[in-house]
Design a protein around this ligand. Structure first.
Ligand SMILES: [Zn+2]
Length: 131
């Protein structure tokens, strides 16, 4: 079942913007290997003169990469501030391990939003370690 027509316009625009960012990043080339090589060439002034070939997809990505990353980092910090555990209160038989709930969405801790965060960051750190 397709619920796209039920999605409110603001939410749909946010989703479309995130999908554009993801596609732009996927189409651009990774600089991981190149930066490892370039790091050894940093001069005494702390710079490396770079001469490289960039595709138009790379330029599309690089043009906004800094602002996009800052936006995502700010979003992540705001979500982490919102989704924190708190004692759910009530009577428990295990006083050493009280039941915790998210103070924002009230799901049992760790809440789905926090788990999505940890899953994403553990996956990305696995990728960077294996590269
Ligand atoms: Zn939550």
């Amino acid at each position: 079942m397709n619920d796209d027509h039920l999605e409110d316009p603001h939410r749909r625009r946010l989703r479309e913007r995130l999908e554009v960012l993801m596609l732009r990043a996927e189409k651009s080339a990774s600089w991981r290997e190149e930066t490892r090589r370039l790091r050894s060439l940093v001069n005494l002034d702390g710079f490396v003169p770079v001469r490289t070939r960039l595709s138009s997809e790379d330029l599309d990505f690089l043009a906004d990469a800094r602002d996009d990353l800052l936006m995502f980092a700010q979003l992540g910090l705001r979500l982490l501030d919102l989704h924190q555990p708190r004692d759910a209160g009530g009577i428990t038989s295990d006083a050493a391990h009280p039941i915790l709930r998210c103070r924002s969405c009230m799901w049992r801790w760790p809440c789905p939003t926090y788990r999505a965060f940890t899953d994403s960051f553990e996956e990305s750190s696995d990728l960077s370690e294996s590269a």
